[in-house]
Design a protein around this ligand. Structure first.
Ligand SMILES: NC(=O)c1ccc[n+]([C@@H]2O[C@H](COP(=O)([O-])OP(=O)(O)OC[C@H]3O[C@@H](n4cnc5c(N)ncnc54)[C@H](O)[C@@H]3O)[C@@H](O)[C@H]2O)c1
Length: 335
């Protein structure tokens, strides 16, 4: 892909997936305006790609005047900024403001600024627990959490802008992503980084519930490539598209994979009570992405875990040091 001469705005671009998307945009020679308030993102995630053509703007997407200025002259918006699923359990109103209301405002501002393409990065969490598998885009949407509900609202606004105003929007639904820079810390902490780091540090992997809940894990380079290609294709305007691996695994089987990849077959697993609102089954049907943009995931779960393990081993901080910011049970229910 050659994007020389094009300028894209990436909200949430200092985050886990957003920073990988910015790397891929930069590799395609695009200019990138990274917008992130660093609530969960990190300057280090993008430090090595910053240049006069790739600038980090530490800005809140709810600052409409700032967003209006940054949107001027862009060829497209990739909107990834959000607050995550566990955050929504204790702060439902803020989750709605950032994930839903700010999306509506960005759509409005981007259209007013004549930005030709708006790409909304939603989430497989909009489905809730799978009723049948694999899940095509037509699968019913019954989100379990305020996060999933707010992401669904963002989707609906994005599709409505296409239908009402003929605005060229695309909705992308990534399934669970993992890889370098994924979150292990605080209420952003995800299962794969936590399992790997805890195992390396000699601590037990903690499974919430019985571990029969399943996910479709996609390596971050595949997720970002899917967002980029689906976001910019001429075939996808007005469409909603799953980006996943098309491979389903139960969390207790994932723990076995981590034992295998780390070479620690006796690594301990303990079980704690279920997380409220936990989705029990997610498994992507990726045939639409394949049909429209030829999307195929390139990294298997085994290879992706091995790459993430190598990345952890290349970091200055030890697993024990990284785990200082981990919260084992990383959600709380608001009063
Ligand atoms: N990680 C996954 O497994 C996954 C799966 C499905 C969908 N998604 C979606 O992909 C996108 C990126 O997720 P991620 O995992 O990289 O999360 P992330 O938390 O790493 O990235 C989100 C970024 O948004 C920023 N942000 C939050 N509130 C903001 C605000 N008000 N203004 C400006 N920036 C703000 C954060 O600082 C963070 O850098 C999200 O939209 C998420 O819903 C992620």
């Amino acid at each position: 892909m050659n994007l020389k001469g094009k300028t894209y705005l990436v909200t949430g671009g200092a985050g886990f997936i957003g920073s990988e998307l910015c790397r891929q945009l930069k590799a395609a020679d695009a200019s990138v305006r990274i917008v992130d308030n660093l609530a969960n993102g990190h300057r280090e995630n993008v430090a090595e790609i910053l240049s006069p053509n790739c600038v980090l703007h530490v800005t809140d997407i709810r600052d409409l005047e700032a967003m209006q200025i940054l949107l001027a002259g862009c060829d497209g918006v990739f909107h990834l900024a959000c607050l995550g699923v566990r955050h929504s359990i204790h702060s439902p109103m803020e989750s709605h403001e950032v994930n839903a209301t700010a999306t509506l405002n960005l759509l409005r501002l981007a259209r007013e600024a004549n930005v030709p393409r708006f790409v909304y990065v939603s989430s497989s969490e909009v489905y809730g627990t799978a009723q049948s598998v694999p899940q095509p885009e037509e699968h019913p949407t019954f989100p379990m959490t305020v996060y999933g509900a707010a992401k669904l609202a963002g989707e609906c606004y994005t599709r409505a802008f296409h239908r009402t105003y003929d605005y060229a929007t695309v909705v992308i639904r990534p399934f669970n992503s993992y890889g370098p820079r994924s979150h292990h810390e605080g209420d952003s902490g995800e299962v794969i980084p936590k399992f790997l780091l805890r195992t390396l540090a000699g601590k037990p992997m903690v499974i919430f519930g019985d571990g029969s809940q399943t996910r479709d894990f996609t390596f971050v380079s595949d997720t970002a490539r899917g967002i980029l290609e689906a976001g910019l294709s001429e075939n996808t305007v007005g469409e909603t598209i799953n980006i996943g691996s098309g491979f389903e695994i139960a969390i207790r089987e994932l723990a076995d994979e981590v034992r295998c990849v780390t070479g620690l077959p006796d690594a301990l697993i303990i079980h704690e009570a279920d997380r409220p609102g936990d989705v029990l089954r997610l498994y992507s049907d990726t045939s639409k992405a394949h049909r429209l943009i030829g999307f195929e995931p390139r990294v298997t779960l085994r290879d992706g875990l091995t790459q993430l393990l190598a990345w952890y081993r290349s970091q200055d901080n030890s697993p024990e040091e990284m785990l200082r910011t981990e919260i084992v049970k990383n959600w709380e229910v608001s009063a």
